[in-house]
Design a protein around this ligand. Structure first.
Ligand SMILES: Nc1ncnc2c1ncn2[C@@H]1O[C@H](COP(=O)(O)OP(=O)(O)O)[C@@H](O)[C@H]1O
Ligand SMILES: Cc1ncc(COP(=O)(O)OP(=O)(O)O)c(N)n1
Length: 260
């Protein structure tokens, strides 16, 4: 069984963050492990507080795993602040982590800033360069590049600029554009386009976390990046199509749609 590690924040409502990542790993038949960077008080309506985890214990969590267990892929989500980013980058370099998927989480769908503004520079200069693949949504790609994104041409321009920061692949996700939810993969030479029909639902909590974790799973299973994204896109599209209402706000995608 492939072994996956998520380094991310906890979502108390279970739809995004660490909880979404571990559900994705399990649903797709792999063994999931976690390093928690921050605890959020969150539900389907918003984020009501965040407590960051101290760098020392973040490092110790990573060390405990890598000194004992072979990790086939690492997914990185909410990283909150620059000291956390530096701790993670140094540790992953030290332990020669492979198949690193960076989801550059900045703002929750409910509008809460999960990345402090002081951490933007470290995310761009330190975390993104160690990624095998980085998966920004439209807003994140705009913040990283300074390019305003309105259509597929703008997504391509942003993907090229992000590629220049050092990751091996860039996937700009189009879930927030008004047309079909098309995602664009760039490897420095060519673009691949991943299309799906837009599912009309408000219950899309955790889409980005789930997609990036699923990409990690398929990389761990030995698929090429192109194929891993294709399979992860199929998974998230089905999980959104079976998403369900929970609480009073934005409900979660259904990670176990093919099991229950
Ligand atoms: N309503 C939808 N129907 C189908 N796919 C969607 C929908 N919303 C988002 N997606 C897909 O979900 C994935 C996550 O994208 P996105 O919502 O843009 O990221 P994030 O959650 O990071 O903001 C992408 O593959 C995107 O194309
Ligand atoms: C703890 C935590 N991490 C990440 C997110 C963002 O999740 P994402 O899948 O990008 O989208 P939303 O869940 O915000 O819809 C989060 N909310 N919490």
């Amino acid at each position: 069984m492939e072994k996956l590690l998520t380094i991310a924040g906890s979502d108390s409502s279970g739809g995004a963050g660490i909880q979404a990542d571990l559900k994705t790993f399990s649903a797709l038949g792999t063994y999931g492990m976690s390093v928690i960077t921050a605890i959020t008080a969150q539900n389907t309506q918003g984020v009501f507080g965040v407590q960051d985890v101290e760098e020392e214990i973040i490092y110790k969590q990573i060390e405990a795993i890598f000194t004992d267990i072979d990790v086939d892929a690492v997914k990185i989500g909410m990283v909150s602040k620059s000291n956390t980013i530096e701790t993670i980058v140094n540790a992953l370099k030290k332990f020669k982590a492979k198949n690193i998927v960076v989801d550059p989480v900045m703002v929750s769908k409910s509008g809460y800033h999960l990345l402090k503004s002081e951490a933007k520079k470290s995310l761009i200069e330190k975390l993104i360069p160690i990624a095998k693949i980085v998966t920004p949504n439209i807003f994140e790609a705009e913040v990283i590049t300074g390019i305003e994104i309105k259509d597929i041409k703008d997504m391509e321009k942003a993907a090229k600029k992000i590629y220049g920061l050092g990751p091996q692949y860039v996937l700009v996700k189009g879930g927030h554009l008004s047309h079909e939810p098309i995602d664009i993969l760039y490897n420095g030479e060519k673009f691949n386009y991943y299309r799906a029909v837009r599912i009309e639902t408000k219950n899309t909590h955790g889409t980005g976390c789930t997609l990036s974790s699923a990409i990690g799973v398929y990389l761990a299973k030995g698929f090429s990046v192109d194929k891993a994204v294709e399979k992860a896109k199929d998974y998230i599209t089905s999980a959104i199509s079976k998403s369900f209402p929970l609480g009073k706000g934005v409900g979660p995608v259904h990670h176990f749609y093919s099991w229950w």
